[in-house]
Design a protein around this ligand. Structure first.
Ligand code: GAP
Length: 494
């Protein structure tokens, strides 16, 4: 069995991920999270908040609505431009994303090509339906937003947001006034986004409902230097520049400062976030060589952008964007100011009015979870079972508590310890099967520490703590247990 198939199987069996509405046939591209998936996601988001929000003195968080009025997307350009090319099979009626189909069948990279050119390529290269070999219709344009009507009389047309960002832009004035923030400052938001993808695929990679963690970082475009970058300018990253992509070259390792000097990264503010992204993903257990930053090609970059750089991870199926870093300029604020007739200018200390520019790092939470599962999974022949080497900070269950034997007095004592531990950490209690089987079950879901109550517990009130990675055990007094676990869970980064 392929590694990823094994992971998907465990994810279902142990309660990380289930297909949505499964008993009615399921909906492709939409998933539910079970108990462990819920905890993993919650802890990952909390760690992201600690790393990118709480460690900063100038980033504020908001939670804006999932449904927004049509006007928002008219102004943002999504109504017109948030589209993918679609083709349907004349015989079986299946729908496909035309550019992806061409890429798969011919190896040509045609993302962003006009629908008429895509139709021409389909015909010239004899591309047919992958399901029944039927003839394909001409390529059309399909808007990816889910529309809905608001109110009992459907008075207002609305859309589920395709990115969390728009909720921040439309609230720019509210946020500025209520926080009294001074440039540069950021507004962060973690929440659901929705895209009616034509061909959802690759498990958690291309979804119709997914979670984004975005920061809109507002800057004065005339202030090019970011003081805070000094701390990170020597962080090394692997870069795939436009030149390297054109010449078919490989990634090059360089420092953040060098990438700025060579104008691959367009701004010091973006460089700051890129350095932190590298450190964040490394701390989650993604190897350095599986992380790269790709400078987007001119045809992939919006006309108003000064340059976008995607953070990509090497998955089992190839490289894929996990974080988009975009220089959005003043496009969004200016468009919303124009369409809503709201003043979105910012008054500098010298009294001059400007419209701030925006740097946006945008993280995909489900893609990050896929990467974590993929790279934490250890196929361990020596141990005799497979297990997840989760960073303890994000391990869904932090501690398992076992009685050594399934005997009344020992079970009762173990349950008492479990209740103490559970008040402080996400913990599980397990008394069934041999102790070896229980360690295997705990390892399989990546529990970093297991506590066992044994005969000695009744003599000196101590228990054993087993480390998932080393399998070594040490004895600790029950009265010192919480402090000890706190230290262990917070100290080890991986
Ligand atoms: N606000 C900018 C924005 O939304 P994006 O590159 O379209 O930019 C940002 O999305 C991130 O959101 C991506 O890097 C990816 O991790 C995640 N993402 C986008 N579409 C997705 C989808 N259909 N399924 C899962 N994650 C997705």
């Amino acid at each position: 069995m392929e590694r990823i198939e094994k992971i998907e199987k465990i994810a279902k069996k142990r309660g990380f991920v289930f297909l949505s509405s499964e008993i009615y046939g399921g909906i492709s591209g939409i998933y539910d999270l079970g108990y462990l998936g819920f905890l993993l996601k919650k802890k990952l988001i909390e760690y992201w908040r600690e790393f990118f929000v709480r460690s900063e003195d100038n980033i504020f968080e908001v939670e804006t609505s999932l449904i927004m009025t049509e006007k928002v997307f008219e102004a943002s350009g999504h109504l017109k431009g948030f589209v993918d090319p679609i083709t349907k099979c004349k015989k079986c009626g299946s729908a496909f994303r035309a550019d992806q189909l061409i890429e798969e069948k011919t190896g040509m990279f045609v993302e962003g090509f006009d629908k008429d050119i895509l139709t021409k390529i389909l015909r010239e290269k004899n591309v047919t339906c992958p399901k029944c070999n039927g003839e394909l219709e001409d390529v059309k344009i399909f808007n990816l937003m889910f529309s809905t009507s608001i109110g009992p009389l459907a008075e207002t047309k609305g859309y589920l947001r395709p990115e969390t960002a728009q909720g921040i832009f439309v609230n720019f004035k509210n946020i500025l006034v209520s926080t009294r923030a001074k440039l540069p400052f950021g507004v962060a938001q973690v929440g659901k986004s929705f895209r009616n993808e034509i061909s959802p695929r690759q498990w958690l990679i291309r979804l119709r409902e997914f979670t984004q963690a975005e920061i809109e970082f507002f800057i004065n475009p005339e202030e090019k230097e970011y003081e805070k970058l000094k701390e990170y300018e020597n962080v090394k990253i692997r870069i795939l520049s436009r030149e390297m992509q054109k010449s078919g070259g490989k990634e090059e390792e360089m420092t953040i400062r060098e990438a700025l000097e060579r104008e691959i990264i367009p701004s010091e503010y973006m460089a700051y976030f890129i350095a932190k992204e590298q450190l964040f993903y490394e701390s989650l257990g993604i190897p350095k060589e599986a992380i790269r930053f790709r400078q987007m090609l001119p045809e992939e970059t919006p006309h108003y952008s000064k340059g976008n750089v995607d953070m990509e991870i090497l998955f089992d199926f190839g490289w894929k964007e996990v974080v988009g870093n975009a220089y959005r300029g003043d496009y969004d604020l200016k468009r919303h100011a124009e369409y809503s007739k709201t003043d979105f200018s910012y008054v500098l200390e010298n009294g001059r009015k400007i419209v701030p520019h925006v740097i946006e790092p945008s993280f995909g939470i489900e893609r990050t979870i896929y990467a974590i599962l993929l790279y934490s999974f250890i196929e361990d022949k020596e141990r005799g079972w497979d297990w997840f080497n989760f960073n303890p900070k994000i391990a869904p269950i932090s501690v398992c508590v076992f009685p050594l034997l399934n005997k009344k007095q020992m079970v009762e004592k173990a349950f008492e310890v479990f209740k103490l531990v559970r008040r402080n950490f996400d913990a599980m209690f397990d008394k069934s099967g041999s102790i070896g089987k229980r360690y295997a079950r705990a390892d399989e879901i990546g529990v970093p520490y297991c506590i066992t109550i044994d005969h000695q517990t009744f003599e000196d009130n101590s228990v054993t703590i087993r480390d998932r990675n080393t399998t070594k055990q040490e004895r600790v007094k029950i009265e010192e247990l919480i402090e000890k676990l706190n230290k262990l869970l917070n100290l080890r980064s991986n």
